[in-house]
Ligand binder design. Structure first.
Ligand code: MTE
Ligand code: MO
Length: 222
């Protein structure tokens, strides 16, 4: 009797190793991640194709194999993360946020990303720091106050409407600068520089667009 039980258990273990059980019962469907979500909590969403592509140097194609995100400047612990290290080490959040371009179009997107504030906390920001200067693969830059970023749980998105950001939409990361004009939504982020330089002006800001970038105010003039 004991012999029978042991051999039965042995057969069960062997079956699970050989994968015989895989055929039993319906398998959980695996998300393919290529179909965009169109509605979220009752709200209609725009699509990744509703953006007008007008980046300063056109879409950038970032190879995740040699991509690194640096967090440096006025911090105690500068860091450099591979793409997966960002996703693995920081919690993810969802937010539906409208991007408005100064050209007059806008899109409502379900963003998924990590909080820039969490990256900053890990790097330990020095007390004299005031702003974050974001740098991108195409040479584009923009800056925002640290307080705005931390107080508003500003995300650095890796996904829109449930789909990994396509190259033209900023893969690997785009800043979800809610309540700020589109030019603050930097795509293809490569570096988060912590600074005390409040007179820094990013690409469009140095050409006359408001440094505040608040959508409630005109985009030109401070
Ligand atoms: N790196 C980078 N990020 C950028 C830009 C750019 O030229 N380079 N353009 C900005 C502008 S003006 C807008 S409106 C938003 C959305 O632009 P898109 O429609 O070209 O994605 O991206 C912003 N982020
Ligand atoms: Mo824009």
């Amino acid at each position: 009797m004991r012999y029978k039980l042991t051999s039965f258990a042995f057969i069960l273990i062997a079956m699970s190793f050989t994968g015989i059980f895989q055929g039993c019962g319906p398998a959980e469907p695996s998300p393919l991640g290529t179909v965009e979500i169109q509605q979220y909590e009752g709200q209609d969403l725009s699509s990744a194709s509703d953006f007008r592509e007008n980046s300063i140097k056109g879409p950038q194609h970032v190879d995740p194999a040699d991509y690194h995100l640096r967090v440096d400047g006025l911090v105690e612990k500068p860091a450099s993360y591979a793409y997966n290290e960002v996703l693995d080490n920081f919690a993810s959040f969802n937010k539906v946020v409208r991007l408005r371009c100064v050209e007059g179009w806008s899109v409502d997107i379900l963003w998924q990303g990590v909080r820039v504030g969490d990256l900053l906390a890990k790097a330990r920001v020095q007390p004299e720091a005031k702003v974050i200067i974001f740098h991108a693969y195409d040479g584009y830059t923009t800056s925002l106050p640290i307080e705005y970023i931390v107080d508003n749980d500003i995300l650095m998105a890796y996904s829109m409407n449930g789909v990994t950001l396509p190259p033209e939409r900023g893969y690997p990361f785009e800043l979800v600068a809610e309540s700020k004009w589109g030019y603050k939504w930097i795509k293809w982020i490569t570096r988060i520089e912590v600074s005390d330089n409040t007179s820094y002006r990013g690409y469009w800001e140095s050409l006359g667009f408001s440094n505040d970038g608040d959508v409630a105010k005109p985009s030109t003039g401070e």
